[in-house]
Design a protein around this ligand. Structure first.
Ligand code: ADP
Ligand code: MG
Length: 381
């Protein structure tokens, strides 16, 4: 999957031109506007979101483009050039019944309370299902298109909430708001420190490029069957631990209090969450102090915690982390819900080839992609 390898060069990205041409081909007229939104990675802060803590995602240099125009009737149409997607048309009153891939864009229109017809054409350059949140990129591009073209003037947190609601209620996936917030709020070169309780945000300049550091996302292409059940089980253990500690959420717990819990799953899960919260703040402090290379060790500590305390890693993913670090990565950790999925690694630029090579000897052979912190959703034309 090499999509997006050459995206975002020049004044108007090639992807914006492509979606503009596609809209003209399909509809025989110009769109009112072209918009794009990026995928994301979460540098650190894993499983802190549902404990009302902090996360530190950044938008990546792979985007989803949407060309959009309003219609004079109540029909809504959407199509994508992604293989295996079918063009869909619905009456605006039936948006919430959208299924399949169209549930992401049409659910977003529904969440925004759209009450008239639209034509949407999509061209995506975020790999699907690779841990880079192509779903949030699609929702965020659609949300920005509707907001700008109708002049609704919602703030970007509200647009992120609409994308999340689409995914929760129309797609049916119990996701948090991190992905949409990253796609809509991030700035080039920076991560977004997001407080998942207050929704307060801060830009955190990463300084990776200046320090000669690259970020690799290594997709294990493994997903174990227990992923959904495992995720629900971890969430329940966190709620149980917070109750036992008498705090509203684990974000309010302290490590000594957690260590005093009786031995068992809630104590281990809570220890991950509390130490991970500390690692988010440690990471922010390190990059702000101009010491980004030291973030590598924090990523590896996060992996150990996710493997041993939160128990969401699997041997295939542990093998990738070991291979990456063995080949010169400064640190690496499992990223996302767990039980498979992707690894994020911080790597000196001159070691990226060696990490790629080390991963290529593993089975199943992982997919290695370099990502860089890119701007959030924007109008392209
Ligand atoms: P991720 O968000 O990690 O890439 P998800 O399973 O959450 O994985 O979302 C992927 C789904 O989003 C795809 O299966 C598809 O339904 C939809 N999607 C994302 N981008 C596009 C696109 N460009 N065109 C059509 N559907 C898309
Ligand atoms: Mg997704």
């Amino acid at each position: 999957d090499q999509r997006g390898e050459h995206a975002d060069r020049g004044a108007r990205p090639e992807g914006a031109e492509r979606v503009l041409e596609a809209f003209r081909d399909v509809h025989g007229r110009d769109p009112e506007g072209v918009f794009s939104a990026p995928g994301r990675v979460n540098l650190i802060g894993e499983h802190t979101d549902h404990n009302e803590g902090h996360v530190l995602p950044f938008a990546i240099d792979r985007r989803t483009y949407v060309a959009a125009a309003r219609r004079d009737d109540d029909r809504v149409t959407v199509c994508s050039d992604d293989p295996g997607t079918e063009a869909t048309e619905l009456a605006v009153g039936n948006l919430a019944t959208a299924t399949g891939w169209s549930a992401y864009p049409l659910g977003t229109l529904w969440a925004l309370g759209v009450d008239r017809g639209w034509d949407l054409v999509v061209h995506g350059e975020v790999p699907l299902g690779a841990g880079l949140s192509s779903s949030a990129a699609l929702e965020s591009a659609v949300a920005l298109a509707v907001d700008e073209l109708t002049g609704a003037g919602l703030d970007r947190v509200a647009l992120a909430a609409a994308g999340r609601r689409a995914e929760n209620e129309v797609v049916g996936a119990p996701v948090g708001i991190m992905d949409q917030a990253a796609s809509l709020l991030c700035r080039e070169g920076s991560a977004l420190l997001l407080d998942c309780r207050s929704m307060a945000t801060e830009d955190v300049a990463l300084g990776f490029e200046t320090a000669g550091l690259a970020v690799l996302v290594i997709d294990s292409r493994v997903r174990h069957d227990l992923a959904d059940g495992g995720y629900a089980d971890r969430r329940a253990a966190c709620v149980a631990a917070a109750e036992a500690l008498g705090v509203p959420a684990l974000r309010d717990a302290t490590l000594p209090a957690v260590e005093n819990l009786p031995e068992g799953a809630p104590r281990k899960r809570a220890r991950h969450v509390v130490t991970e919260q500390a690692r988010v703040h440690e990471t922010v402090a390190l990059v702000r102090a101009g010491r980004p290379t030291e973030v590598g060790a924090v990523l590896s500590a996060s992996h150990a915690s996710l493997r041993d305390d939160y128990e969401v890693s699997v041997p295939e993913v542990d093998a990738i982390v070991e291979a990456a670090v063995g080949a010169g990565a400064l640190g690496a950790r499992i990223m996302g819900g767990g039980f498979g999925g992707s690894v994020i690694a911080l790597v000196p630029v001159e070691r990226t080839g060696a990490v790629d090579e080390a991963c290529s000897t593993l089975s199943p052979r992982p997919t290695v992609r370099e990502v860089a912190p890119a701007p959030g959703a924007r109008r392209e034309g």
